[in-house]
Design a protein around this ligand. Structure first.
Ligand SMILES: O=C(O)CCC(=O)C(=O)O
Length: 292
């Protein structure tokens, strides 16, 4: 049960953990800040993600290598959902259909996640070059459950994060879109109900925030969003009547509060990817290989 006092205490403890990590790993923090400038110089600023908004929308079709890229990735999702080794890899929604080997067979996944425009947007927002923690091809099948990430929550890797969400098929209100609430509205919830790293009921959320503030990430193939999921309450995969396929890439600072459990897609191949695909470029090597 969230409480206002406990919520502020938790936030203060989390800030303390971050400061401790920054002090312990100061050279890494400095390197992340130094590389931000280089990452930003490589972007055109076409994806404006600022600390005021904490989210932004973009068209991933403009980033893809060819006009058919997004629909090709969607076709992979549609084929892979029938394969048990992929479809049963996760016991929760959304299901990550991606395996490490796919990254070498279908380069578009990593090329989008490491795109100069995305890295520039996220580095600008974070105040430093982040690490890419996770990369997924998410499938949310029809379902009627309301549990785990189908309930409103904040992510807790750090007090500032950025997740890129790209629709691969057409997502309507009946495809369980990600729903999120802009960060400034969420501060009202923290003040009235209390910040919590747990889950909130809809009733708790709407007691502090008006329903018309909620943004649903509906849209056609290629509709993209970057959301600070540590500051914008969110849920998804709820009430799907239809399949939802999307790419999700998750970025956070190297000295985040909670490094998490790793990424089964990227972790086995980070070094190889940096060398073979990105020629050990300093920005991209950092994003892939910075230690946690
Ligand atoms: O879109 C979804 O199904 C849930 C996403 C989510 O909760 C997250 O990325 O933290």
């Amino acid at each position: 049960m969230p409480s206002v006092a406990l919520g502020y205490a938790q936030k203060a403890i989390r800030s303390g953990s971050r400061v401790r990590r920054v002090i312990m790993r100061f050279p890494l923090e400095q390197e992340a800040i130094r590389l931000r400038g280089e990452a930003m110089r490589r972007g055109t600023g076409m994806i404006p993600m600022t600390k005021e908004t904490c989210y932004t929308a973009f068209d991933a079709n403009k980033l893809a290598a060819s006009p058919g890229t997004i629909s090709e990735l969607c076709k992979l999702g549609e084929a892979w959902k029938h394969l048990d080794e992929r479809a049963k890899a996760d016991d929760k929604f959304p299901i990550n259909l991606l395996l490490a080997k796919d990254i070498f067979e279908h380069r578009a996944f990593i090329d989008i996640a490491m795109h100069d425009e995305i890295l520039a947007a996220v580095a600008s927002y974070m105040g430093q070059l982040p690490r890419l923690y996770n990369l997924t091809l998410w499938w949310s099948p029809p379902n009627e459950t309301v549990q785990r990430s189908q309930l409103y929550h904040y992510d807790d890797r750090d007090s500032r994060q950025a997740k890129v969400f790209i629709n691969l098929n057409t997502i309507t209100s009946e495809s369980g879109p990600l729903h999120f609430i802009p960060a400034d509205e969420c501060l009202k919830l923290d003040a009235k109900v209390g910040y919590s790293a747990g889950r909130y009921t809809d009733e708790q959320v709407y007691s502090a925030v008006s329903k018309d503030k909620v943004i649903a990430t509906t849209g056609g193939p290629g509709a993209g969003f970057i959301v600070d999921t540590a500051r914008c309450l969110h849920y998804g995969s709820r009430g799907n009547k239809y399949d939802r396929f999307m790419i999700m890439a998750s970025y956070a600072r190297v000295n985040g509060v909670n490094p998490g459990q790793g990424c089964r897609v990227l972790d086995p191949i980070r070094g190889r990817l940096a060398a073979e695909y990105f020629g050990n470029d300093p920005v991209k090597s950092f994003v892939l290989n910075a230690p946690i």
